[in-house]
Design a protein around this ligand. Structure first.
Ligand code: ASP
Ligand code: MG
Length: 424
């Protein structure tokens, strides 16, 4: 008998019929003798709908007071889900009780729309489990120290589920979603993409931060910190498939680098098309200049990703970095109005149509020539690399957006990730 946390995404909860199927699947696990905590998302499209309503009334909603209300509104989607799922389980003859984040409570900090979980009180949940009930807890939401409802950022239900699993010391956290696992890359771009049977936690962390949308990155950070065994699997298999089969399906996120994984030098190709590049030309090359450029950008709450500073010529250098495409115009304006006059730099240039393509694999630690193979592959396709950044287990390049799909396909093939390529 194990303690298992199930997380169901919006698509899995998308209609009353689908919720009934979730209930049947959960009931199957309960009947096999397991104790279950279930963390569902809002019904698909619901969070967008709610935030859309808010936007009609307050297009900016930039003040703390308005962000508080955004969270109060967005959190209702999950509240409906937990109640519906509890009813569906009761209708299957399974005892079930639903809780909103504040009822557990799931304590968070006070940063509305992107709150971080600080503590979960598991007493109420344990008492219900001991009484034989399935406990259903809202994803995505919590409560701050002053009793305000907070949300954890888009996709935050993954993080709720892993945090609950960590707090409860659950045996496993199963993330049921609309894909059947983690793939070598997005199958919509590369039809030959393969599902990975397992992926190391560190690789998953890179994939999530580099644009793979399967899991919210904070959920992976949480899983790593508390070593929560975690599996991504499909909620669209027939609900009555044998439990043993279901429990082995999908992709396991592992903490051990087993032999099998070491064979694959590159495990996946990630990409992110939402980036924009900005270059400040002719910056006087003296101490403090990077801070003078990026300080105001950080103060404006704009996230900076890849950063490059060139060698200087005649005391001047070029300084380039990337930001999210949504922040492009704002960043260029900020640089032109305040940074140019303050630093004496020559001009600001930019390109909002770039993308970042990355290869990820723990095998890169112990193999040489991986990055050069990436560069050779791109050059054979005639793709110009604009920026490069590396870490121990990834290499990313910034390229023109129009070559993104070509680059991903070529790299997927070059690193033997295609379905007919070498086995993982
Ligand atoms: N319902 C929230 C969203 O759409 C949280 C989640 O689904 O994970 O972002
Ligand atoms: Mg999600």
């Amino acid at each position: 008998m194990a303690l298992i946390v199930h997380k169901y995404g919006g698509t899995s909860m998308g209609s009353t019929e689908r919720i009934r199927n979730v209930a049947r699947r959960v009931a199957k696990w309960v009947r096999a003798g397991h104790r279950l905590v279930v963390v569902p998302s809002a019904m698909s499209g619901e969070t967008n709908r709610l935030l859309g309503l808010a936007k009609e009334l307050a297009p900016e909603a930039a003040t703390a007071a308005s962000q508080r209300e955004l969270d109060a509104i967005a959190a209702t989607g999950e509240q409906v889900s937990v109640g519906l799922l509890a009813l569906a389980l009761q209708a299957q003859g399974v005892g079930a009780v639903s809780y909103a984040g504040w009822q557990v409570p799931i304590a968070t900090d006070a940063s509305y729309t992107k709150a971080r979980i600080s503590h979960i009180d598991d007493r109420r949940v344990r008492a219900d489990l001991a009484a034989g009930k399935v406990v259903i807890i809202t994803g995505f939401q919590g409560i701050d120290p002053d009793g305000n409802v907070t949300t954890l950022g888009r996709g935050g239900s993954d993080t709720s589920a892993v945090a609950v699993a960590a707090a409860m010391k659950a045996d496993e956290c199963l993330i049921y979603t609309d894909v059947d696992g983690v793939y070598t890359t997005d199958p919509r771009i590369v039809p030959e993409a393969r599902r990975l049977h397992s992926i190391s936690f560190e690789e998953m962390l890179e994939m999530a931060s580099l644009g793979s949308k399967v899991l919210q990155i904070r959920s992976v950070e949480f899983a790593g910190k508390y070593r929560v065994p975690m599996r991504v699997l499909s909620s669209f298999t027939p609900w009555d498939i044998p439990i043993e089969e279901e429990a082995r399906s999908g992709t396991l996120i592992t903490f051990e680098e087993d032999e099998k994984m070491e064979q694959a030098i590159v495990s996946g190709i990630a990409f992110n098309r939402d980036e924009a590049k900005i270059t400040v030309m002719g910056v006087p090359d003296k101490p403090g200049i990077a801070y003078q450029i990026l300080g105001p950008v950080a103060e404006a709450n704009i996230d900076v990703d890849v950063i490059i500073q060139n060698v200087s010529h005649d005391g001047r250098t070029d300084f380039s970095f990337t930001v999210h495409r949504n922040d492009y115009v704002r960043t260029v304006e900020l640089l032109k109005s305040s940074v140019l006059p303050a630093t004496g730099a020559a001009q600001v240039l930019g390109d909002p149509k770039i993308c970042k393509v990355s290869i990820v694999g723990i095998g890169m630690r112990s193999h040489v020539g991986v990055a050069s193979k990436m560069f050779r592959t791109l050059s054979e396709e005639g793709i110009n690399i604009q920026m490069i950044t590396t870490s121990e287990i990834k290499t990313s390049v910034v390229i023109d957006e129009k070559y993104m799909e070509l680059a991903v396909r070529a790299l997927h093939k070059a690193f033997d990730l295609d379905q007919n390529g070498a086995a993982v």
